[in-house]
Design a protein around this ligand. Structure first.
Ligand SMILES: Cc1cc2nc3c(=O)[nH]c(=O)nc-3n(C[C@H](O)[C@H](O)[C@H](O)COP(=O)(O)OP(=O)(O)OC[C@H]3O[C@@H](n4cnc5c(N)ncnc54)[C@H](O)[C@@H]3O)c2cc1C
Length: 255
């Protein structure tokens, strides 16, 4: 596929329109190169607010920004929606679902994937949150669970629909747990008067002994206090052993 501009400038192909890819492409403005950005989506995702999409407090378009629009006016910039399948270094080719693309220079800025710490069962059944579709899956599951719960007369039988377990007490886990607690404290009984606040349980699990592990002790203590005050149950120094889609089992057999 011939995408280079008419000029004889070399073509820099940037794979990925995340924070990394954006910075590189912007830095190449007015430089003697042509820039071609490839991304499987036509938007840049602002992931720090993804949890709000999952919790229903923001719509997707609030955190997704058109990549073409971001480069309005950058004459040496082109964009193609393309999923990169491979890179042929020997021939300087990027292999994509829209064909092979030749490059002079290549920047790979494809981000990261969710770390399941090698646990295949958790990878299969848990719900990760790194993309907009994944955040929407979480949002719909929460709503479906609440709708299911109101249809079940027995408190014991509806318990599984009202237990929310978040694994990972880093910034995203803490934000999600706090938001779920807000739903429990301020929305649940208003929108679902059949349910009682105490029935909804939010657990935040981490194998580290404190929340926000990589952050300062002060931040960790403050977050822990906020979460506890909001009714989040913290299961720290707790390792997840397995999850079969229904029951989560911790090291030592507790479930
Ligand atoms: C839920 C969440 C919350 C976060 N909160 C914060 C925060 O508060 N503060 C902070 O500093 N950081 C935060 N981060 C981390 C931050 O978002 C990442 O460090 C940052 O996005 C990394 O930028 P990147 O360009 O490397 O990758 P990304 O932003 O992930 O971008 C990668 C791009 O590559 C594209 N891509 C991937 N594979 C292919 C392929 N095969 N073909 C074509 N395109 C492809 C993707 O579609 C994507 O657009 C958060 C991350 C998440 C997931």
């Amino acid at each position: 596929m011939d995408i280079a501009d008419k000029s004889n400038f070399p073509l820099v192909v940037v794979i990925g329109g995340g924070f990394g890819g954006l910075e590189v492409a912007k830095a190449l403005k007015d430089k003697p190169v042509n820039v071609l950005m490839l991304d499987k989506h036509n938007y840049h995702g602002f992931w720090p607010l993804l949890y709000q999409v999952a919790m229903g407090s923001l719509e997707c378009e609030s955190i997704a920004f058109s990549l073409r629009k971001k480069f309005d006016g950058q004459k040496n910039f082109r964009f193609r929606i393309a999923e990169v399948k491979g890179i042929n270094h020997a021939s300087n080719l990027v292999e994509t679902n829209i064909g092979d693309i030749a490059y002079d220079y290549l920047v790979v800025a494809t981000g990261s994937t969710t770390n399941f710490f090698g646990n295949k069962e958790i990878e299969r059944f848990a719900m990760p949150m790194k993309t907009i579709p994944e955040a929407l899956n979480i949002r719909y599951l929460i709503l479906q669970n609440l709708e299911e719960a109101v249809l079940i007369p027995s408190k014991e039988d509806r318990e599984p629909f009202l237990n929310f377990v978040l694994v990972g007490a880093g910034p995203t886990g803490v934000e999600l747990a706090g938001s779920l607690a807000e739903i429990k404290n301020h929305i649940l009984t208003k929108d679902y008067p059949e349910l009682r606040k105490e029935e909804m349980k939010v657990y935040l699990v981490d194998f580290l002994p404190r929340v926000l592990g990589p952050m300062s002790d002060e931040s960790s203590k403050a977050a822990e206090k906020f979460l506890k005050d909001m009714g989040v149950e913290l299961l720290l120094s707790t390792k997840v052993e397995s999850y079969d889609g229904e029951v989560i089992v911790f090291e030592g057999g507790k479930s």
